[in-house]
Design a protein around this ligand. Structure first.
Ligand SMILES: Cc1cc2nc3c(=O)[nH]c(=O)nc-3n(C[C@H](O)[C@H](O)[C@H](O)COP(=O)(O)O)c2cc1C
Length: 368
């Protein structure tokens, strides 16, 4: 449904990954290397999915990953996802590249919120974004560290999405979606409003906002800069985009309280490991120092249960709510969350486990 509802360049931007999309595919197929081991004849008359995440109570251990520009995929954009997340008792994450402001997201619903920030060359702009999150009551801050440069997403080049140039092959698809074009061109509904609402983001000459942003990505960043961000923020700090025990240890030492094991949904480093394969080692080494979130490839309830049994505190989904958003706005996202949560509950019952707090290594086996 998402494919039918979106112009092809936009759908391929959502759906695609870097280079040959090996990592994109592997993020999901890696789950097949694990088997679930049931404990039969356990009392599963009620299943408890409640837990806490980044110091906040949540109704089940799944959160919304930060993704830029939700209004690309549906006119209702970020507020629709927030309303759905609120109904399902989940953490919502806003991207720096969102199409709704930090303040409007804060007002859009009562679920706990996380802001995903980049440490930009203009540290003043980063500090300003952090101050706005504090003033708006965000519960956590997330630093994405896997984007020193943009990934090589070849579908975006093929369909003209990254260059902003019109490709002949995409013309019929644009013509079939006049409503989308009206919103983009006439209503200017797709702006990265968190950057345009700051006086610091000054564009040079013909530079587009996206070019300005890409120019602001700072290749010189080190863990020292994370220490700066941790002291600037002073609350739960999540490092997103790490895969190794060594990097997770750096994160903890720099002041982070959580990590998102993630390769940006296969959109940055091709050949990066699947997040699910990173959980056990990190949990063994650092579970007492960091909360661990598995982010990438999750499409089924069994994937969530496997990640938790391996030692993750929670899972995070990107495309898992973006396809439903494009398919049906808020109702689509709610339908997606319902399917996923029902699958988790059914899997737990079939495994003989009545609480996510009890999931552990006895319930899972590596198949190799
Ligand atoms: C369309 C799209 C836009 C994204 N934008 C961002 C972003 O602005 N910041 C960020 O940290 N991650 C971004 N991500 C990555 C997601 O936060 C998340 O890591 C990824 O989607 C997880 O993989 P999954 O889609 O298989 O669940 C984006 C992902 C997609 C699909």
């Amino acid at each position: 449904m998402a494919k039918r509802n979106l112009p092809s360049p936009v759908f391929n931007y959502l759906d695609g990954g870097a280079d040959d999309e090996w990592t994109l595919g592997r993020n999901t197929s890696a789950f097949e290397d694990y088997e679930l081991l049931p404990a039969q004849l356990s009392d599963v008359s009620s299943i408890n999915l409640k837990t806490t995440l980044f110091g906040e109570p949540v109704d089940w251990p799944v959160m919304v990953s930060p993704t830029g520009a939700s209004k690309l995929f549906h006119a209702s954009g970020e507020p629709a996802v927030i309303s759905a997340a609120e109904k399902f008792g989940m953490f919502y994450s806003l991207s720096t590249l969102g199409t709704t402001t930090i303040e409007d997201v804060a007002a859009a619903g009562n679920c706990p919120k996380m802001f995903q920030v980049y440490i930009l060359k203009d540290r003043g702009l980063t500090a300003e974004l952090v101050a706005r999150c504090k003033a708006s009551g965000y519960k956590a801050l997330c630093l994405t560290v896997d984007t020193p440069v943009p990934g090589n997403r070849e579908r975006d080049a093929v369909y003209g999405f990254s260059s902003g140039r019109l490709r002949l092959r995409a013309v019929p698809s644009w013509m079939r979606h006049p409503g989308w074009l009206y919103r983009a061109i006439v209503k200017k509904d797709l702006e990265m409003v968190n950057l345009t609402s700051s006086d610091r983001a000054s564009l040079k000459g013909e530079q587009s906002l996206l070019e300005y942003f890409n120019d602001q990505l700072d290749r010189s960043l080190t863990w020292k800069d994370v220490e700066w961000l941790a002291s600037e923020w002073g609350g739960p700090l999540v490092i997103k985009g790490v895969q190794t025990v060594a990097d997770c240890r750096h994160a903890a030492n720099a002041g982070a309280t959580a990590v998102m094991l993630s390769n940006h949904g296969g959109r940055q480093l091709e050949a990066a490991p699947a997040p699910v394969d990173c959980i056990a080692d990190v949990a063994d080494a650092l579970h007492d120092k960091l909360e661990i979130v598995c982010d990438g490839g999750i499409r089924r309830g069994t994937h969530i249960v496997k990640a938790l049994a391996l030692g993750a505190n929670a899972c995070s989904i990107g495309r898992g709510y973006l396809y439903p958003l494009a398919a049906g706005g808020q109702a689509g996202v709610e339908k997606g969350f319902t399917l996923l949560r029902d699958e988790v509950e059914r899997t737990m019952a079939l495994m003989g486990c009545d609480s996510v707090a009890k999931l552990g290594s006895s319930f899972i086996r590596y198949r190799g």
